[in-house]
Design a protein around this ligand. Structure first.
Ligand code: AMP
Length: 120
């Protein structure tokens, strides 16, 4: 584990079942659940089950199997909501400049409405 990883972040607590979540789907290495403060009709978070801080940490240090499982689950959520054709947005925030609030790697999958231009 990256020694900067905060084992008490809220997603770590969800993974330990200390905090509930609205689970959408999961597989061996990844979990998808609803964002508690949705910014679109569909707002799902996908996280790896192992402790990675952010995109760079995950991309650099996760195993091939973890990468495969993670992106397979993202696609399964896209299929679950049937938004392959109408579209969606995937966002990952990282660090201070990215305004990342929860220091456990996650992607936001937003869908269900036209999301507008990316930046205001
Ligand atoms: P970020 O700013 O990218 O780190 O986003 C963190 C996201 O986690 C925010 O969209 C929050 O609404 C969401 N969030 C925080 N706590 C919870 C929770 N207990 N269950 C589900 N989503 C949460």
């Amino acid at each position: 584990m990256n020694n900067l990883y905060d084992v008490n972040n809220i997603f770590a607590k969800i993974l330990r079942s200390e905090v509930p979540c609205n689970k959408i789907l999961e597989n061996e290495y990844a979990l998808a659940f609803s964002d508690i403060n949705p910014q679109a009709p569909i707002h799902t978070l996908v996280i790896p089950k192992n402790p990675y801080i952010n995109f760079h940490d995950f991309t650099k240090n996760a195993s091939t199997k973890e990468h495969e499982s993670f992106w397979t689950l993202v696609n399964a959520v896209i299929e679950h909501y049937k938004v392959e054709v109408e579209g969606f947005r995937i966002i990952t925030n990282s660090g201070n400049n990215g305004n990342q609030d929860v220091p456990h790697f996650h992607i936001h999958l937003l869908a269900g409405v036209n999301l507008g231009r990316m930046m205001n």
